[in-house]
Design a protein around this ligand. Sequence first.
Ligand SMILES: [Mn+2]
Length: 259
Amino acid sequence: MQKTLTIVHTSDVHLDSRDTDKATDGFRSRAERAFAGVVDATREVDADLFLIAGDLFDNNRVDDSNIDFVYDQFARLDCPVVMLPGNHDVHDESSVWNRFDFDLAGDHVHGLMAHDGDCVTLDEIGARVWGKAMAEHAPENYPLTGAPERHDRHWNIGMAHGQVCERRVGQGSSPITRAEIRASGFDYLALGHIHVWAEHSEGDTVAYYPGSPVAHFAGANGGYVAVVNLCPDDGINVQSRKVSSWERAMERSNGGFPF
Ligand SMILES: [Mn+2]
């Protein structure tokens, strides 16, 4: 049965330890620092569920130390974590996800890794989370095709990494049409790929891109996560929460001199 839930939703962290010249506060990169900030926010709001909608890793060749960093961050959480690959960490033969050890990450960590769609049922919080791992970021990859029927006893959560558009034709890779969102049956659709905050709700489905939590990747007004409250009586409320700031990144990248 549906219960009141709080979800923290992020995407597009682009973890890559090569950004070492921006190391501060014990982190090796702005992406690491921002991701730790996302985990801090997840703890602070006492989230029931943490969603990462693609591009957690910047590419499939990232050093194993980046994966170890993610294990360490997930060890700070006790809520379920559900992750979907994106186009930078695409789920192919050479995928970083083939090196990710879910046993090491912990029982609370789940990946949606099937190319025809995967669904995690979390009865303890009354939620089902569906998403389809992309094998290739291509115009023929349709992130919402094959979504399951609704289960009315659960919150029906979708995850999709791609570009929201009017029509598939001529709209680039991994298209997600407005009509597909409207017909999806999801209560909440956790989008990823676009680096700035944007709402794409359609019909009864609330849908957001939270943008990258790394302000440096998102522009002057970036650096947010989405905090999603789902309430059986009052519906779904989504708020942005700042986890990193451009000013701070600029200040730090100039040796602490603010200008
Ligand atoms: Mn992407």
